[in-house]
Design a protein around this ligand. Structure first.
Ligand code: G6P
Length: 360
């Protein structure tokens, strides 16, 4: 297994670095010779025929599902609900007349997700699994499968599977929109190529990100991530990464919701990571950052080219607004990695966690 790691000290770092290649691989796998999207006709039809999509997932895959909802609703104009797998059966929403269930699962083996699949099949509903393991249980038991082509993910903390899932969801959203006759100038295959380059740029800035981890994470017991719109969903994932491997208590919050409670936790020196990659909320998230700074927070602002301010800690390269999560998560993954490393944690095998949870 040391051989598979090559020169990398940990699988997680290797898998973070693989992300540009994974995205380019996805572009190749989902492209026809004439540069159009290659996707199973039956899957296209299943999404078109449905009146509502229910995304079911756990952990990091759930976070990809939150972004997937935004993409499918905004691009394909189809209503989507994203649900935590373990809650779905105990708290089932009213289903629409023609639901399509999309299961997102790196391993394809998560018992909580499979439990939902078994039940919705009894109800006669159609299902699609988006997974990194095509022969997996969720893949075999669902009607259709879309492969994320990320290659084996060994580190318990998911990185490349998450960005791959969102890339496939973007492609699926555009494919559905085009089939429905919706006009748009967003070409996901072209835009994903720009994303891959942006990822590479960030992966090359590890020293800088390691320094951020030193500055912000060396002694703290907690850390907050704030963002609005899609940045909020990336904040949830950034906080999960940090919790999983560094054991720092971390939470992601919607920028505007802070004042309704969480801001009570801000003390002198509390690290707050703010994401600012969404043009339409740039002003309001900047306001939220000022609010926490006024209470003593130690801010680390990660913005995107075109909306940066002088005091920002890190500026990520510009990518299409639909795809910013694929890029803004990279610095969060890398900061978490170094935070865990410097705190002496077992990065690839964090305590109490399993790579895939096959019990309810
Ligand atoms: C476990 C892992 C998480 C993962 C989740 C869902 O809890 O520790 O990293 O996100 O399962 O796994 P899946 O394979 O269904 O994506």
């Amino acid at each position: 297994s040391d051989i598979e790691k090559g020169t990398y000290p940990h699988y997680m770092l290797k898998e973070i670095d693989e992300q540009p290649f994974v995205i380019r691989n996805i572009i190749t796998k989902y492209k026809n010779e004439n540069d159009t999207i290659k996707l199973d006709e039956n899957i296209r039809q299943a999404v078109l025929d449905s009146d509502r999509v229910y995304i079911i997932a756990a952990g990091t895959s759930y976070h990809a599902g939150l972004v997937g909802k935004q993409l499918i609703e905004k691009i394909a104009n189809k209503p989507v609900e994203t649900h935590i797998a373990s809650e779905f059966l105990y708290n089932m929403p009213l289903l629409s007349e023609k639901p399509l269930f999309i299961f997102i699962s790196q391993s394809g083996e998560t018992a909580d997700s499979r439990g939902v699949l078994v039940e919705i099949k009894k109800l006669g509903h159609k299902s699609l699994t988006i997974t990194n393991v095509p022969g997996s249980t969720l893949s075999r038991e669902a009607d259709y499968t879309l492969h994320t082509y990320a290659g084996p993910e060994i580190a318990v903390a998911s990185t490349k599977a998450y960005t791959a899932q969102m890339a496939v969801l973007a492609i699926l959203a555009v494919d559905t929109a085009r089939a429905a006759g919706i006009q748009m100038d967003f070409d996901p295959l072209q835009e994903l190529a720009i994303v891959a380059n942006a990822m590479e740029t960030l992966a090359d800035r590890k020293e800088e990100l390691e320094q951020i981890a030193r500055d912000y994470m060396s002694v703290t017991r907690n850390c907050f991530f704030i963002g609005r719109a899609m940045d909020y969903h990336v904040c949830l994932e950034g906080a999960l990464k940090l919790k999983e491997i560094s054991y720092i208590q971390a939470e992601g919050f919607a920028g505007g919701e802070l004042k309704h409670g969480t801001i009570a936790l801000i003390e002198e020196g509390t690290p707050v990571i703010g994401l600012a990659t969404q043009e339409h909320v740039n002003l309001s998230i900047r306001g939220n950052i000022k609010e926490v700074v006024a209470r003593g927070a130690y801010p680390c602002v990660i913005s995107m080219e075109g909306m940066e301010e002088e005091e920002d800690t890190l500026v990520i390269p510009h990518v299409h607004e639909y795809l910013t999560p694929l890029v803004s998560v990279l610095p969060l993954q890398i900061i978490s990695y170094y935070a865990a490393l410097h705190r002496g944690c077992d990065v690839d095998k964090p305590r109490n966690l399993a790579k895939s949870v096959t019990v309810e």
